[in-house]
Ligand binder design. Sequence first.
Ligand code: SD4
Length: 289
Amino acid sequence: VAPAPLVISTWKQPKANAAAQAVLDRGGRALEAVEAGVRIPEADPNDTSVGYGGLPDRDGRVTLDACIMDEKGNAGSVTYLEKIMHPISVARAVMEKSPHVMLSGEGALAFALAQGFKKENLLTKSSEAAWREWLKTAKYKPIINIERHDTIGMLAMDSKGDLSGACTTSGLAYKMNGRVGDSPIIGAGLFVDNEIGGACATGLGELVMRTCGSFLVVELMRQGRSPQQACEEAALRIVKKQDYKEVQVGFLATNRQGEVGAYSIQPGFSYTVSRGGKTEVLEAKSFLG
Ligand code: SD4
């Protein structure tokens, strides 16, 4: 199989992959592809873990985290961004049009508005209803493998063999107000090094942040591990030190040769691979599988 073009994403994301693939098919950059790809779940009100329709924090606020990295090692990120449907595009604007890597909260929103993004209400009726229902017991227990389409992390390789990645989420439902997860943190939720490969993570961000998960996967590949071996070792690093029994973390990675690896703690982590005109949803091997 030719290594590129290639699109891989966390969870079952055939529509997102198709949007990214379309960019690569017309010769576009991997960066353009991952942005176009993850904008699909961001705009989907039925995806309750990303963008519009995302479940709110415990105060009823939808707060979004996203980051993006290109083949030159440039990076952009937004955290705790409210009222903007496409945080990934704001992250890209931070990367390309600001002197910074990460903007947060009100500052990120002001920057987005100055860049021409529009303010929108992202809390759908059904997400609001779910939150009101949750308030009755108000027990915080992150759910494993939410509906099998969750936070999206996406990596793409274009026809030049260049790699880019994107990650976007509304974070964990009913998190504390102000909580930021792994997804917008370069090296935790996403890392790309064009010389080696790229990795992204999904699941309970606290576990990923404590181990710089995606950076670790890329560094393990640098030391000679295959993407599969690297994802497994990064997950093992987590289970050795942290309480993993009832939570999920999944890693997904590719190297420059276009080999793909995925591994999770709990069974049920699916991922989507598009290459050579074919898209497949696969289930990762898991520690407890
Ligand atoms: C977070 N890692 O905010 C995200 C959530 C996620 O699958 O990936 N859910 O911690």
